[in-house]
Design a protein around this ligand. Structure first.
Ligand SMILES: Nc1ncnc2c1ncn2[C@@H]1O[C@H](COP(=O)(O)OP(=O)(O)OP(=O)(O)O)[C@@H](O)[C@H]1O
Ligand SMILES: [Mg+2]
Length: 354
């Protein structure tokens, strides 16, 4: 059996790494780590400072004594497009030809500039249609991410779309019930990724332009502090709201954390409403939250209050065997939601399609 890939999620604020190993019917955690990325290194999903990302990967992988070379990574942001299409049922060369046409219709980039993959979700619906998931990513961006991995001394085996890695993580870590429609929201630093999954199949994907930086910038602006100071206030404020060290964080920070959480919840609700208007099977049973900014305690509450749908923070390691002598269990528990995309990537095998 092919070995698992190492899951590497290169984010604009931090790199997350997860390595898993099959263990009986379950998986065991082999390695885990998070490494900060300096500001302005990655902007809008584009790597502006190649050396800084290479250095971060090298320092992370050395620090955690990573063994293994084969990496699965993800791309996200404006250069990635995921669409679920309904087309007349067909197969073979006719389908390939149809998909070429669909790419030209649905992808706002020149055909030569994108890498394209598609997956048949439903071969034939009762009305003689088929459902296909079309994934396109800008060639140049994929090449950039592959190159940082190579220059850090690793082999990029798989490039996935972050939204699909996210779905993979929920499927493995929690599972999808047949007939159930759920939303998965990964709130990172720059932006948030929303995926709606229906009966285990991707149904709708959208990137939202708010994330952890929206909080930090609001604190910086309002309190007139540095970006680092604002970040410390945010994380401290988040902990305070969770019941610790409340006295060291200005009340103002709490107010901002609430305000921005409500803004994120509102933006998210608009996308949900957009989806609900279109979908026939639209009855969301749960919203799963992941990413570093899911640690802002006001956020799950704001989303739940607005949507009136139960919100659950993802712990991708819930079913994973963890050697408590090797890993800091508390660190892992706190950071599990941050590692969701990396976990979804770590479940991939080198021979899997992209
Ligand atoms: N304990 C915490 N409380 C509040 N916010 C936190 C906490 N820990 C991390 N964050 C925030 O989470 C964000 C980082 O999350 P994550 O690692 O998912 O983002 P990223 O993948 O680097 O960003 P992106 O995907 O947008 O490029 C940062 O904005 C950071 O400030
Ligand atoms: Mg991210």
């Amino acid at each position: 059996m092919a070995k698992q890939c190492i899951g590497l999620d290169i984010g604009s604020s931090a790199i997350k790494l997860v390595q898993l190993k099959p263990s009986g019917r379950s998986m065991s955690l082999q390695n885990f780590g998070i490494e900060p990325v300096p500001p302005q290194t990655i902007v809008d999903g584009v790597i502006l400072n190649h050396g800084a990302v290479v250095d971060a990967i090298k320092s992370l992988t050395r620090r955690i004594h990573l063994k293994g070379k084969q990496i699965a990574l993800a791309v996200s942001g404006n250069s990635v497009i995921i669409k679920r299409l309904t087309i007349p049922a067909m197969e073979g060369p006719a389908l390939d030809e149809q998909m070429e046409w669909e790419v030209r219709q649905n992808i706002p980039f020149s055909r030569d500039d994108v890498l394209v993959d598609y997956e048949v979700l439903v071969k034939q619906t009762p009305t003689g249609q088929m459902e296909v998931l079309l994934v396109a990513a800008k060639r140049e961006i994929v090449a950039q991410y592959q190159q940082v991995v190579r220059d850090a001394g690793f082999q990029p085996m798989i490039v996935d779309a972050a939204a699909l890695a996210l779905q993979n993580a929920v499927e493995l870590g929690i599972g999808f019930a047949p007939g159930d429609t759920v939303a998965i929201v990964n709130v990172g630093a720059t932006y948030s990724t929303l995926s709606i999954v229906s009966s285990g199949r991707p149904s709708f994907n959208r990137d939202l332009g708010t994330g952890g930086n929206t909080y930090t910038e609001a604190i910086q602006r309002t309190l007139g502090v540095s970006l680092d100071g604002a970040e410390a206030y945010k994380v401290g404020g988040a902990f305070a709201a969770a019941g610790a060290a409340a006295d060291v964080v200005p009340q103002e920070v709490h107010r901002i954390l609430w305000q921005v959480s409500e803004q994120v919840a509102e933006e998210f609700q608009r996308s949900l409403d957009f989806y609900m208007n279109d979908a026939i099977d639209a009855r969301l049973s749960r919203i799963y939250l992941s990413g570093g900014s899911s640690l802002v305690p006001q956020l799950p509450k704001a989303i739940q209050d607005r949507s009136r749908i139960p919100v659950e923070i993802i712990n991708p390691f819930a079913r994973v065997i963890v050697d408590t002598r090797r890993f800091d269990v508390e660190y892992l528990r706190v950071n599990a939601p941050v590692a969701t995309v990396a976990f979804g990537l770590a479940a991939r095998r080198p021979g899997d399609s992209e």
